[in-house]
Design a binder for this molecule. Sequence first.
Ligand code: NAD
Length: 324
Amino acid sequence: MKTVVLDGFTLNPGDLSWDGLKAISDVTVYDRTAYDTSNLSLIIERVGDAEAVFTNKTPLPAQAIEAMPNLKYIGVLATGYNVVDVEAAKKRGIAVTNIPTYGTTAVSQMAIALLLELCHHVGAHSDAVRKGDWTTNADWCFWNYPLIELAGKNFGVIGFGRIGQLTAQIAQALGMKVLAYDSYQNKDLECETLQYVELDELLAESDVISLHCPLFESTQGIINKNSIAKMKPGVMIINTSRGPLIAEQDLADALNSGKVAGAAVDVVSSEPIKADNPLLTAKNCIITPHIAWAPKEARQRLLDIAINNLKSFISGNPVNVVNK
Ligand code: NAD
């Protein structure tokens, strides 16, 4: 089967192997093709007469899918598959698969890393020491930011699914009390240090709010000036889910006014980040370049599942199909 990988570089910048995919198909791997729809002709040309295509963030809208004559299979190299017009694919009988779970542990670890960075500013303090600030300091220690202990504080989780729950477990290990908000509640998970609450209660009571819900119309901009107004002064906000969950100008305003003490985001509304993103100049805002998913262990897991998805499709027993 002729297979094209449209944007393989972020998954495998050279530390993994495509051999597993090559063993089951005739593969051409492109590092990157396009991250928007302004160059559909390049996407169509590269897929050519292939029967299978893999994409991570290269868009496959209806117009492109309709111009790919032999296409039978689209493998999305991610959990979210909004880059593909799945209905257009379905109309043409093309199966679309995704990778439902590969990065739960990696993303949870990153959410807590961001939280700990807001509490201790390890990176900034280490930079200050290298710069000589400790050498010339009058006292035997110094700190440039308020240092924060988390034990006893409330950790609000919006979207209490796989990643939300694992992140909450780590927060509990740090002595935090979890307030969970989800459209589906599993009351069996409740205990002394974890309870489900309504969104307004979570906003009002949390010292830290961590976003783990998917991006839907209903969750877009869930953090905005109205929801921020309901939060405690000095709240900290973590986003490792999707950028558009936050109305970024509203968060920047709240950071600059001090209502929100700190924010740490791994995702932003438009990626790569635009030079005029208001979070870039906001006070106490840590921004990382969408790396939560990217430890080698998680990417290897993703690649293994992607290969198994194609293998299962070829054998006539497709799995992880999102457009049945
Ligand atoms: P999941 O499906 O297990 O959990 C999502 C939870 O959100 C579910 O419990 C669902 O009921 C809940 N939910 C849905 N709509 C909601 C709403 N309107 N309000 C509140 N809760 C709602 O998914 P997961 O594996 O935990 O992943 C969560 C998100 O993390 C993904 O949607 C994705 O956007 C993001 N993610 C980010 C990275 C990264 O690299 N930064 C990597 C993987 C996943």
